[in-house]
Design a protein around this ligand. Structure first.
Ligand SMILES: [Fe+2]
Length: 193
């Protein structure tokens, strides 16, 4: 699969930190009381949360993109695409809840308003063409796939079984969703030789 698409406000602003070299030990003042150890910024669980939060934002974007496509699509194939995007946003409505609950199991929180969430997602012009709408949606799917891969890597490193399960489940689902969208758009990557 090609590189992650450019949903810049998500990928650049919130790119998860690479897990973790321990910070250099602080120099202890000669006669001071023992200082508390600095909080471990390199805890793998902390990186998993960042990936989950980016996954949530992108998944929410995919949800809204699919739902607006369901509403905005026009043309001779309206019924087919209205139904296709309806199925897709239904999937995301369930999945963003699952991702959010994973974030809560790590005792972290979600954006508390749509305006906060919207600052992390790109703006889009209104379009109605079913192929263009699918191509736009496909970019979100590919970004989600990149975060799912990253989640799997971090979760494996931290031995977080529940997050590994989520990554595996979503990897299968997103692969199928990308296959379907690519079949519509005609933008399939070349098969291996
Ligand atoms: Fe509807």
């Amino acid at each position: 699969m090609g590189p992650a698409p450019n949903l810049r406000s998500v990928t650049a602003a919130q790119k998860p930190a690479v897990p973790a070299k321990p910070a250099a030990a602080p120099v202890k003042p000669a006669a001071a009381a023992p200082a508390a150890e600095p909080a471990a910024p390199t805890d793998p669980a902390e990186s998993i949360v960042k990936v989950l939060q980016n996954l949530f934002i992108t998944a929410y974007g995919a949800y809204y993109i699919a739902q607006t496509a369901h509403w905005h699509v026009t043309g001779a194939q309206f019924n087919e695409f209205h139904s296709y995007f309806g199925d897709e946003y239904g999937y995301w409505a369930d999945k963003i809840d699952v991702i959010a609950e994973h974030i809560r199991t790590h005792k972290q929180f979600l954006p508390n308003s749509l305006s906060e969430l919207a600052t992390k997602l790109p703006r889009h012009e209104l379009i109605n063409d079913p192929i263009q709408l699918t191509a736009r949606y496909l970019k979100y799917l590919r970004t989600v796939e990149a975060y799912v891969t990253k989640l799997n890597n971090y979760a494996e490193a931290a031995k977080q079984a529940a997050d590994i399960d989520l990554a595996g489940e979503m990897a299968r689902e997103i692969k199928k969703a990308i296959w379907k969208a690519e079949a519509i758009v005609g933008d399939q990557t070349a098969p291996a030789a």
